[in-house]
Design a binder for this molecule. Structure first.
Ligand SMILES: Cc1cc2nc3c(=O)[nH]c(=O)nc-3n(C[C@H](O)[C@H](O)[C@H](O)COP(=O)(O)O)c2cc1C
Length: 220
């Protein structure tokens, strides 16, 4: 195929699903994923850390630009650090929710009923803080950084949901305060904070309309 001495090849992994079973498997996966919602109210019920490890292992299988895998996950369960993160996030969110220049954005958030308070950041047993890695340990550059990290987080969320866990994709903005709290280098940039736990018994979600698959697809 190629004369490049740095290119080696192995057989592609087998991914075989019985043809008669493929529709059932795909439909079951869709139906399961359709029950995922962003959860903002958590119980303090403990979570098996192995579920977090498996979800990160799943995320780490994601394709990435030039195979750089430009992501780093910091799993936070220490109550002091969670409180520190909540304090930092609420400080930024207070400024955001009272900012005159964020009018259009705040209007878009109105149906969600969110405000500056972020109790999920201390109630959820785990926070997974995802960092974009702009340069690897030996200075190697990342390519298609946001696309790669976004795909990895999609797999992470799917795995956690499949294991019966609730999540929220949370983005205090700006998030640089997370580098200091979590001892990450300046070559990494916070991407998302994901509380992970079990939904509170009385948790509710906003009643918002979703586009149908037909709305978001063209077949040519
Ligand atoms: C990149 C991204 C950032 C988000 N940031 C926040 C956030 O900071 N706070 C929050 O409460 N929800 C946040 N959300 C959750 C969205 O509001 C939510 O996904 C959307 O309203 C659809 O609801 P659903 O996830 O329940 O289907 C974010 C979602 C994404 C994908």
């Amino acid at each position: 195929m190629t004369c490049n001495p740095r290119h080696r090849a192995v057989a592609a992994p087998v991914n075989e699903v019985d043809r008669a079973d493929a529709l059932r498997v795909a439909r079951a996966f869709f139906e399961r994923m359709a029950t995922r919602r962003s959860i903002r109210d958590y119980t303090t019920r403990p979570v098996d850390p192995e579920l977090i490890r498996l979800a990160i292992a799943t995320a780490n299988t994601a394709p990435s630009g030039a195979n750089r895998q430009p992501w780093h996950f910091v799993v936070v369960s220490d109550p002091d650090r969670k409180q520190h993160i909540r304090d930092g996030a609420e400080q930024e969110e207070r400024a955001f929710y009272s900012s005159a220049s964020a009018g259009e954005w705040l209007a878009a958030l109105e149906p969600l009923g969110t405000d500056w308070r972020k109790p999920h950041l201390t109630d959820a047993p785990f926070l997974i803080v995802v960092f974009e890695v702009h340069r690897g340990p030996s200075g190697e550059k990342a390519y298609y950084l946001k696309e790669s990290v976004g795909i990895a987080v999609g797999l992470l969320l799917a795995s956690l949901h499949h294991a019966g866990l609730a999540t929220l994709t949370h983005t205090p903005s700006p998030m640089r305060f997370l580098n200091a709290i979590l001892d990450r280098p300046s070559s990494e940039k916070p991407f998302l904070v994901i509380p992970v736990g079990y939904a509170a018994g009385d948790a509710s979600v906003p009643d918002i309309a979703k586009k149908s698959p037909e709305d978001v697809t063209d077949w040519r």
